[in-house]
Design a protein around this ligand. Structure first.
Ligand code: HEC
Length: 217
């Protein structure tokens, strides 16, 4: 009952504004008043809204982020090191053997390294620097520097690096929700080239290039 006078008030205000040709939507208000709705009033998508959400209660398998069980977390898939969710990062610090011994299933092909580089520059370089020196823009702004080319980081197993990307550690945030299973391995491969453990893309032996492409996520 109260809404109708309010609408007329709105129309009046809009017409006034129209007189001053200020941006408003008097036509919309008239349409709403006469027909009950206007073109502006429609079920359109918001910016960044995902038009096709995953079915309720599901997680994309490729993300490798499915929970082992309620309250439990998989540190690494598909083999999986299952730990209670709140302790996932602590378990990683303690170097859970199931994570540390995870075998890297993705060959460091030119394609894997290119994908790894793209994701590294997008996700990791802000902190660890484009070359892994630990001098990214965030670090320059005052965050603790953690180089990836240090002997300590070189000594970590592929599985440990995978686990770090998956759940983070200490000050480093987790990226498991943004970077899927295979892409974590692509980044690990790329970090290995920064460290000089693997040859950089383009210098890999030709038989590597013939390996089947690994999925992008
Ligand atoms: C927001 C800044 C930030 C981003 C982005 C980030 N890291 Fe880190 N990273 C850190 C910090 C801080 C540490 C030190 C963690 C700690 O407190 O033990 C760290 C530590 C590490 C280490 C262990 C280094 C060591 O010597 O122990 C690795 C490996 C690593 N990060 C890899 C990555 C990779 C790969 C990415 C991209 C997927 C990434 N980080 C993105 C901040 C970041």
């Amino acid at each position: 009952m109260l809404r109708r006078p309010l609408k007329w008030l709105g129309t009046g205000a809009c017409l006034l504004m129209l007189a001053g040709s200020v941006g408003c939507s008097p036509f919309d208000t008239v349409m709403v008043t006469v027909f009950g709705r206007s073109m502006r009033d429609q079920p359109s998508f918001d910016p960044y809204e995902n038009p096709l959400m995953p079915a309720e209660g599901t997680v994309p398998f490729a993300a490798g982020n499915y929970a082992a069980a309620p309250g439990e977390w998989n540190l690494g898939q598909p083999e999986g090191a299952v730990v209670p969710a709140p302790f996932a990062q602590i378990a990683l610090v303690q170097s859970d053997p199931a994570v540390v011994n995870l075998a890297n299933p993705v060959e460091p092909t030119a394609e894997s390294l290119a994908r790894g580089e793209q994701l590294y520059l997008r996700t990791c370089a802000v902190c660890h620097g484009e070359q892994g020196f630990g001098n990214g823009t965030v670090t320059q702004a005052g965050m603790v520097a953690f180089p990836l080319i240090s002997p300590q980081a070189v000594a970590y197993s592929d599985g440990y690096l995978y686990g770090m990307i998956r759940v983070g550690r200490g000050l480093m945030p987790a990226y498991g929700h943004q970077i899927g299973h295979f892409d974590r391995w692509n980044i690990v491969n790329y970090v290995r080239t920064l460290q000089g453990v693997l040859p950089a893309a383009g210098t890999a032996p030709p038989e590597d290039a013939a390996e089947p492409a690994s999925p992008g996520n």
